[in-house]
Design a protein around this ligand. Sequence first.
Ligand code: C2E
Ligand code: CA
Ligand code: CA
Ligand code: CA
Length: 274
Amino acid sequence: VKMSGKGEIAVYDAAFEQGRLHRLEIEQQIGEGLAKRQFDVFYQPVVDANTRAIVAVEALIRWPRRPAGPIDTQQVIEIAELTGQIHPLGLFVLDRACREILSWDNVKLSVNVSPAQFRDPGFERQILHVLEQTKFPPHRLQLEITEGYLLTHPENAIRAIKAFKAMGISIALDDFGTGFTSIHYLRSYGFSHVKIDKSPLAGLPHDKRATLLVTGAINLARGLDMRVVAEGVEHEEQAAILSASGCDELQGYLFGRPMPVSDILTMVTARLAP
Ligand code: C2E
Ligand code: CA
Ligand code: CA
Ligand code: CA
């Protein structure tokens, strides 16, 4: 018993140590990647649920990580959040996207913001600075935030959202339906958009509970005067149900995967043509 217990502890330590080293290695690579501007920004179209015209693009970071090879975006974000590198990384994405999307007059730009960035007292000033530098119009910018931060720091979140709204920037609640945002908070935050998470969408239309969850979320958000975006739309059948249920905008592989700027430009140009 003693032996096996000792053995287990040793195995656990080794795994822990390996994880820590792996993280340190990636942290260092992220630092180099930032210095060498090795990160890419991809764009995924968001379409009007009725006309299917592209109304916005969501900026999503991609890391080709040379020479080691590409690495999963979610993992990059998680590590960057732990190390604090999310601050320069987030600003890099915003700056790059504002420059690349600048001249596409009718298309909004949606950028993801981590809770740590939103919590940073200098964040509003940094955003303003990027907008000034790039001449990107604030009314075309939307920031996406997830529920976690709202629950832990509701007063700060409300204050920051108000400040952004005063600047003309809109705020979307991301991944709605995965957390526990109360109806009361949803109402007082002042979001312009609510993005319904892709996980319940997979069950449409056959799974009754998933369908009820999605239509309930749409009705709730619309009742509070917010526009509703569904993400992760992969099939025409889902798109039809969503638009019939009152969803305003759709996003997902059905309309386009996240893609490099040259590809999304071709798409936007085609979609806006008469
Ligand atoms: P998210 O904000 O919820 O972004 C949507 C994710 O769903 C993206 O994953 C996108 O590629 C994927 N997706 C879009 N349509 C479909 C679909 O039809 N089916 C399926 N299965 N997936 C779809 P991605 O690009 O890997 O990003 C993962 C997460 O990483 C994002 O989730 C976001 O939370 C975070 N992230 C990405 N870029 C940034 C960034 O610049 N800053 C911050 N703070 N977070 C970022
Ligand atoms: Ca998002
Ligand atoms: Ca999302
Ligand atoms: Ca997400």
